[in-house]
Design a protein around this ligand. Structure first.
Ligand code: NAP
Length: 242
């Protein structure tokens, strides 16, 4: 258990991998803000964790409503004065039925709005709070499907996973990770991208890993020591190709 609890915010945490990231961070003794776009769903998700004695508090964070981010910042600033960990976990994936030849461009726009643009806006808005931390950590929940190296390599196993909007949104998220890490290189803040693995959730019913395993990479990167990496892309401690 930590002696001084870290303050962590996990977006999209009312279910799936995000909820398990909350559990694991809270079990390590940290104060975890469980981000949810629907407060009723977040409250219901937090309840069993709270009953188990964990300090998990639901917090409304809707990536479709960036106008709410300034008030969110002010609320966190007033309540805590800093943020130690931001896990950008919330995402949508709605274009599996299409290829790059057929996907409606509106779907690409909607996916980028949530998975990329709102994520960048939220991160920038909360950055002053992360800079108040002695060891700020930003984890961008990416995917192996972001990897252009693997997508362009015949036989890499991604042939059945060519959803352009989702995959390219994660590629853009990886670019944000590299660029933000560079912008923050003279600060204690570390920024890394995580691939959770193929995890059985509502987003990926065919996933083979449990959420317990799927949460581990993000939790590792959220709690990196001062000599840990920044600007990287990892799965369970192993670097992945961009
Ligand atoms: P999930 O079970 O579908 O959970 C997605 C979460 O994002 C939910 O809490 C959802 O809230 C939330 N969300 C969606 N739109 C939102 C918005 N506008 N504002 C705030 N929250 C929003 O998916 P998951 O599998 O746990 O995925 C978590 C992360 O891991 C995602 O970034 C995903 O891309 C990544 N990932 C997953 C896999 C996998 O195999 N599962 C593999 C690689 C990467 P609602 O419940 O309200 O919809």
């Amino acid at each position: 258990m930590n002696t001084t609890p870290l303050i962590a915010l996990v977006t999209g945490a009312n279910k799936g991998i995000g909820l398990e990231i909350c559990r694991q961070l809270a079990e390590a003794g940290n104060l975890v803000l469980l981000g949810c776009r629907d407060l009723a769903r977040g409250t219901a998700a937090a309840e069993p964790l709270q009953r188990a004695g964990l300090d998990v508090r639901p917090l409304a964070v809707d990536l479709a409503d960036p106008a709410s981010f300034p008030a969110l910042h002010d609320h966190l600033a007033a309540d805590h004065g800093r943020l130690d960990i931001l896990v950008n976990n919330a995402a949508i994936a709605t274009d599996w039925a299409y290829t790059a030849a057929t996907v409606p461009v509106q779907l690409v726009r909607e996916t980028f709005e949530i998975n990329v643009f709102a994520l960048i806006e939220l991160t920038q808005r909360l950055l002053p709070l992360l800079l108040q931390s002695s060891a700020g950590r930003i984890v961008n929940q990416s995917s192996v499907l972001a990897s252009l190296t693997l997508h362009s390599q015949p036989g890499s196993g991604l042939d059945d996973w060519k959803a352009l909007a989702y995959n390219a949104s994660k590629t853009a998220l990886n670019a944000f990770t590299v660029h933000l890490a560079h912008a923050l290189k003279h600060t204690p803040v570390k920024v890394n991208a995580a691939h959770p693995g193929s995890v059985a959730t509502d987003m990926n019913p065919a996933g083979t890993l449990t959420v317990e395993v799927g949460a581990r990479t993000a939790v590792q990167l959220a709690t990196l020591a001062a000599d840990g990496p920044t600007g990287g892309f990892f799965h369970l401690g192993q670097p992945l190709p961009w």
